[in-house]
Design a protein around this ligand. Structure first.
Ligand SMILES: [Zn+2]
Length: 406
């Protein structure tokens, strides 16, 4: 049974669908691919315009550039957009951190299509679900919470970062800093298409294997060459063999590059791979195993193999305060007539990173939808209000002590 003090904020939210839809349509029409810095600036101004309703200073947080290994095997840096941050009641006894990303996976020339309502209750468009719908949910939940008279015990900080889709390398240090002295983390990634939340998540690492050999004329001097493509192919077969060697461990060789012409023994080849683990201790296991394989190949005359990269998100294991938080959301869901459960996922998000900084969190409080990262991405329009109510109710219960201190 819902306390009557919660009703005005929840009833107000019930009138906000049109407004939320308009916000998502406006934001999704801006291309905010991680490396489209112009689009990112536009997205940031649009967000600032909306969030100024809280009458708090909105800070721009500049981020360091992101390092990556180019197709020649050399280190390069890519500039990132800046994050935004705003806080309210920073001295309240309970502090909540709300995080979501403004970047999407769709480059400027991607044929992701326009933003439009294609069927009753379905909005399609790039980033509508992941995660611009989530930004609208976060925003309206806070607006509703600010209408709750007993909110003074809970202060909040919003961070919207520009690089989650590429692993949050630039925003990592800032997230770590801002997670200090917070008790609860709320993240607005989409929930699962069934409406369930995500519980445990795997950890993830990206690696680049670089093989250098010796070039030679493929006809005249083949015996003098040392074929880097050949060595790389054999090496990645060994590394792929690590798949399943620990429960839930996956190795995905996603990209290979190398060679220039058919009559040249190639002296360079590169492979990019992603590794996922269920348990933190398997990070060391897989790193040691990969290094062993690489050393074996480096013993071949004229061949050297190097590896760059590492784990950028530790596994998110479901226990302690994170499990308690999920149960609190399940109970808020019941109050609103939602039957919420949670499922494990192989995907990673900033929820993995915040937990590794000691901040318990629930990370799928955004909209219900699907086909994310594809041209068919969609969201269920009625989930905008539904999920905003869920977060607002949680915050109200936290503030009036119905949910005990996490
Ligand atoms: Zn996302």
């Amino acid at each position: 049974m819902l306390k009557s003090s919660y009703l005005p904020a929840l009833e107000w939210l019930a009138t906000q669908q049109k407004d939320m839809l308009a916000l998502v349509m406006r934001w999704a029409a801006i291309n905010s691919h991680t490396f489209n810095l112009d689009g990112m600036k536009q997205m940031k101004s649009a967000l600032k315009e909306t969030f100024q309703v809280f009458q708090e200073e909105i800070e721009d947080i500049d981020l360091p550039p992101m390092e990556f290994i180019n197709s020649k095997g050399h280190s390069e840096f890519k500039s990132l957009g800046s994050a935004i941050k705003l806080s309210k009641r920073a001295h309240a006894p309970l502090q909540v951190l709300l995080v979501i990303h403004m970047d999407t996976v769709y480059p400027v020339d991607h044929p992701a299509g326009e933003v439009k309502i294609t069927e009753e209750n379905i909005l399609r468009g790039p980033g509508v679900c992941d995660a611009k719908g989530g930004i609208a949910v976060l925003f309206k939940a806070l607006e509703a919470f600010e209408r709750f008279p007993e909110n003074e015990n809970v202060g909040w900080t919003v961070v919207i970062n520009p690089d989650e889709e590429v692993g949050s390398h630039g925003s990592l240090d800032f997230l770590k800093k801002v997670a200090q002295n917070k008790q609860v983390g709320l993240l607005y990634e989409p929930c699962l298409p069934s409406g369930d939340l995500v519980g445990a998540r795997k950890g993830s690492g990206n690696f680049t294997l670089i093989v250098r050999g010796r070039s030679a004329h493929a006809g005249r001097d083949h015996h003098l060459g040392r074929n880097a493509v050949d060595a790389l192919a054999k090496c990645i077969l060994k590394i792929s063999g690590l798949n399943g060697s620990r429960p839930g461990l996956t190795v995905n060789v996603g990209i290979i590059e190398g060679g220039q012409a058919l009559n040249v023994v190639p002296d360079f080849a590169l492979a990019r791979l992603n590794v996922r683990v269920e348990r933190e201790q398997d990070e060391d296991y897989v790193l040691t195993a990969m290094k062993f394989i690489i050393n074996e190949f480096s013993k071949f005359d004229g061949i050297s193999v190097g590896i760059h990269g590492g784990f950028f998100a530790p596994p998110k294991t479901l226990k302690g305060k994170t499990l308690t938080l999920l149960k609190s959301f399940q109970s808020c869901g019941q109050d609103l007539g939602l039957n919420l459960n949670w499922q494990p996922s192989g995907g990673v998000c900033d929820g993995n990173r915040l937990l590794s900084f000691g901040l318990p969190n629930v990370d799928t409080l955004g909209v219900k939808g699907g086909a994310t990262h594809s041209p068919n991405e969609y969201l269920y329009i009625d989930s905008l209000v539904e999920r905003a109510k869920l977060s607002a109710l949680f915050l109200m219960k936290l503030a009036d002590g119905t949910i005990k201190k996490i």
